[in-house]
Design a protein around this ligand. Structure first.
Ligand SMILES: Cc1cc2nc3c(=O)[nH]c(=O)nc-3n(C[C@H](O)[C@H](O)[C@H](O)COP(=O)(O)OP(=O)(O)OC[C@H]3O[C@@H](n4cnc5c(N)ncnc54)[C@H](O)[C@@H]3O)c2cc1C
Length: 394
């Protein structure tokens, strides 16, 4: 086996790179870090294909706390991730999230709002009658209420955050290698090392599994059943003649979400669960019929200016989908002492990457969570059937 590293991180997307950064930046940790990334162009990674949204509007304390740290980090990232004085412009557009509900969903929205407020989230509840005045571009027909995040919400450039973590981690001593992990060597209750496609094996003190949508397939190589698989999503880009570039990220009760992207807009929605199977396919083909048949009619109804829009582009991406409860799977495995998971974030991983990377570094350095207690996101909840019930996942 080749010379080893104290920590080997499998997958160098935003999660693996964040974990490498927080570990390398720790005053307490002085071990060696290797990140193995099979495609450093990141072309098909979830991170590169993300919409970059950050919101406090979750219904579990942990998700709210993680995303609030994500917003805080987005503000300081230009300085803290700078290398040789070059700032990392993640361009946090703090234009808010506007979550809308029908009259039938208004009570639930209010309960969620009260819970979010109790956790310190900067959110405002809006009655149906307030909406037209506050958001003149919005058609309030069929809406019963909305919640607007007036701070800590908006979107950033995902790839810049990923590259910022990666470059800063390297500047602090972490090593990134272009290779693919194809197997794991197990010795008793430990992983002795990881096997690489280019040949050879690297010994590992601790292994962090942060391979995004491929995490389930890699865990299977260790004999571990991890419910994380790719699920395909589409993002459509369109032009609108009116200048609505100040809009918040808006979510229609149908699940269609849209936000400005410069002078253009991007929109996406997750399909209903019964039309959304797990898949091992990783193709990037775009289905344009969904835009015409489902998305555009919703957009045109909710924003009258969107009746005359022009589709200018689209991309597909794969969620790192946790089919158990669509939340992070973080921390150790009960039978493999030196394995840590950092995966399964489904549609909300980008914003949680600073908190997740920090949490992994805390587990390695201190053996316990310090800043946010994320014990409930542990792997053991799956075998126990203890789902973390988060209503605001899509
Ligand atoms: C269309 C879309 C929109 C999204 N919108 C949002 C949003 O608005 N807000 C938000 O917070 N989140 C969003 N997400 C989710 C977010 O992008 C992901 O949760 C997050 O990027 C996951 O990061 P990751 O590092 O785990 O995975 P990835 O970015 O996929 O990185 C995993 C890396 O592991 C590497 N890898 C895989 N297998 C191996 C191997 N065997 N050996 C070595 N390397 C390997 C891959 O090459 C990849 O680079 C969205 C996702 C998609 C697809």
């Amino acid at each position: 086996m080749d010379a080893g590293y104290d920590v080997v991180i499998v997958g160098g997307g935003v999660m693996g790179s964040s974990a490498a950064y927080f570990l390398a930046a720790s005053d307490v940790f002085d071990g060696s870090i290797l990140v193995v990334e099979r495609d450093s162009t990141y072309d098909t990674s979830a991170t590169a294909r993300s919409m970059g949204g950050i919101r406090q509007q979750f219904t579990t304390e942990e998700n709210i706390a993680m995303s609030m740290f994500g917003a805080e980090f987005a503000r300081i990232a230009p300085e803290v991730l700078a290398v040789d004085g070059e700032r990392v412009e993640v361009t946090f557009r703090e234009q808010g999230y506007l979550s809308t509900a029908t009259a039938a969903g208004a009570d639930r929205l209010r309960q969620n709002f009260e819970m979010q407020r109790s956790q310190g989230a900067a959110v405002t509840f809006l009655e149906a009658g307030d909406l037209a005045l506050r958001f003149p571009w919005l058609n309030p027909d069929g809406l019963g209420a909305a919640v607007f995040g007036h701070a800590n919400e908006g979107w950033i450039d995902p790839n810049t955050l990923l590259q910022g973590f990666r470059r800063k981690a390297i500047s602090l001593g972490a090593t990134f290698t272009d290779d693919e992990v194809v197997g794991f060597t197990r010795e008793g209750d430990r992983l002795a090392g990881v096997q690489l496609a280019r040949g050879g094996e690297v010994a590992a003190g601790t292994v962090v599994l942060s391979a995004g949508s491929r995490s389930g397939a890699l865990a299977a190589l260790m004999g571990v059943d991890l419910p994380v698989r790719p699920r395909k999503r589409y993002v459509y880009v369109f032009d609108c003649k009116e200048d609505l570039s100040g809009l918040p990220l808006t979510i229609d009760p149908s699940g269609v979400a849209f936000r400005p992207e410069g002078r253009q807009f991007v929109t996406s929605m997750s399909p209903p669960e019964d039309q959304d199977p797990d898949s091992d396919a990783e193709d990037m083909e775009v289905d344009y019929t969904t835009f015409e048949a489902v998305t555009w009619p919703v957009l045109a109804n909710r924003v009258p200016a969107f009746e005359a829009i022009k589709l200018t582009g689209a991309w597909a991406g794969h969620y790192d989908f946790n089919s158990f409860d669509q939340n992070a799977i973080l921390g150790g495995h009960p039978e493999i002492a030196n394995l840590l998971f950092c995966t399964g974030f489904s549609g909300h991983g980008l914003q949680q990457s600073p908190a997740a990377g920090r949490a992994i570094s805390e587990l390695i350095v201190h053996g316990a969570y310090r800043a946010i207690d994320l014990t409930r996101f542990g792997f053991e909840r799956i075998a126990l059937g203890h789902a973390v019930v988060e209503a605001n996942v899509w």
